[in-house]
Design a protein around this ligand. Structure first.
Ligand code: HAM
Length: 445
């Protein structure tokens, strides 16, 4: 067993799996809120599936010869019962599994969404991690092309709400199974002519998954891939009609796109419409998100046949773009930090903190770090770094007068000098006074 072989004495996180620290949470929450408001606006409902699934689920859905299944899954045998388990590398398969298991489509189609960590054993680099997060939607039981266009529009709305630019949409259609089979034969015949020039990966894929040769990143193979037979030329009337339908709905809603005949996606369950949101701003990891139709999957996994489509976006990649574009919003501190001097003030502060929380305010009460009493001045330093909006101060004088002092802590540019002045209020009026102040500030900023 190899455990942290580089630094045996030092405990660290697992390579490619990142901590999200409190200072980063503000941006995560900002993005999550923006995403959730769009998901609700389109009537999607949240589904939460486990991180662990039986390995066979991913083998049967993503495909036995895909990179994810052959090289990237965190799979292990449960030592207690010998079951073969996998930490989910994506969530479409699990959502479909759950929909079948709980008969979710019994009363009609469903629009579902999820957010959470996924796991792929890839080489970590900027924008590519071993634990990463996806938000995804799965529209189960819809025939489209209106739903294909709807889910794409949701992403477009997200980019626009976030003010993100430089993300373009690439579209393709993979048609039906028989159309892909006809294309595959010609593709293999074409690629065989260049077999000497193909790299090992492409040679390996030639007979197992030749479509994937088309999205090779190897610069030496770009011409070969560009001139290969295109799937779109093998589509029949119905597939072409569906694809045109998606395109005209997108155009009617001012969504720009390019058709990329080499877009095939890295998971085997797709058919018909496939798409990817791509940017040049993230180096090698250009794909911000992607998805498409996977009409055969529900039946393939044992469910009553139902058509489906969806997408997943890489949260870390969107965050990278946001960090470049905008000042990072800090995670909101609480409303009030209470500091006090002496035993009477301490017990009064404890009761006061509970009373303020009863009124809905978020309150931190100063607690000692080493059981010695600390001056008000040093407590105020803790209050400052806490991110709280106000400090409530209970010193000797305040105890005598049954009052408290209130001081604004946040150095917001819009705060006037009058706001900064420390104010004294009777203890019994504190809750009302603070609630009014904070309501006014929320309105103002
Ligand atoms: P995918 O293209 O494999 O599709 O992943 C979607 C997005 O997840 C990628 O575009 C990328 O932004 C992000 N992503 C993937 N791998 C990593 C990684 N190692 N580190 C950081 N981000 C990553 C799917 O997963 C499908 N389930 C999408 C779907 C849903 N299709 C239909 N419904």
């Amino acid at each position: 067993m190899i455990e942290n072989k580089h630094k045996p004495d030092k405990l660290t996180g697992v390579k490619g799996m990142n901590d999200i620290l409190p200072c980063d949470v503000g941006l995560w929450r900002f993005l999550e809120n923006a995403i959730k408001s769009i998901l609700h606006a389109y009537g999607y409902r949240n589904i939460r599936t486990p991180i662990l699934e039986y390995t066979s689920l991913f083998r049967r859905s993503i495909g036995e010869v895909t990179d994810i299944v052959t090289k990237e899954m965190y799979s292990f045998v449960d030592s207690l019962n010998g079951q073969q388990l996998t930490m989910r590398p994506e969530n479409t398969a699990a959502v479909v599994r759950a929909a079948i298991e709980h008969n979710l489509l019994y009363d009609g189609p469903k629009r579902l969404w999820y957010i959470g960590p996924m796991f792929r054993h890839e080489r970590p680099q900027r924008g590519r991690y071993r634990q990463f997060h996806q938000v995804g939607v799965e529209a189960l039981g819809f025939a489209g092309p209106d739903v294909d266009a709807e889910i794409i529009l949701m992403c477009q709305r997200l980019w626009s709400d976030l003010g993100l630019t430089g993300i373009r949409l690439e579209l393709n259609s993979l048609g039906h199974k028989h159309e892909r089979a006809a294309h595959r034969d010609q593709l293999i015949t074409y690629l065989e002519k260049y077999i000497e020039l193909l790299d090992n990966d492409s040679k390996h894929r030639l007979y197992t998954n030749p479509l994937r040769v088309l999205d090779t990143k190897n610069p030496a193979l770009q011409d070969i891939a560009a001139n290969a037979p295109k799937i779109i030329d093998f589509l029949g009337e119905e597939s072409l009609g569906h694809f045109k339908g998606v395109q005209s709905l997108l155009s009617a809603n001012n969504v720009s796109f390019t058709i990329n005949p080499r877009l095939v996606r890295g998971l085997d369950y797709y058919n018909m419409t496939v798409f990817e949101w791509v940017t040049d701003r993230l180096g090698a990891q250009g794909s911000v998100g992607g998805g498409g139709r996977y009409d055969p999957l529900i039946k393939q996994l044992g469910g009553k046949p139902a058509l489906a489509c969806g997408w997943a976006l890489g949260i870390e990649r969107i965050l990278e773009l946001l960090r470049e574009d905008n000042p990072v919003p800090s995670d909101d501190g609480c409303d009030v930090y209470i500091v006090y001097q002496g035993d009477v003030a301490h017990s009064r502060a404890f009761v006061m903190a509970e009373q303020l929380r009863d009124t809905g305010l978020d309150v931190v009460l100063h607690c000692s770090t080493d059981n010695t009493s600390v001056s008000l001045r040093s407590q105020m330093r803790f209050a400052d770094v806490s991110g709280a909006m106000y400090a409530v101060i209970i010193g000797d004088d305040e105890v005598r007068q049954d009052e408290v002092s209130i001081k604004l802590l946040r150095s917001d540019r819009t705060i006037t000098n009058a706001d900064r002045i420390q104010q004294r209020v009777p203890t019994k009026c504190l809750a009302e006074f603070l609630t009014n102040l904070i309501a006014a500030k929320t309105k103002k900023y």
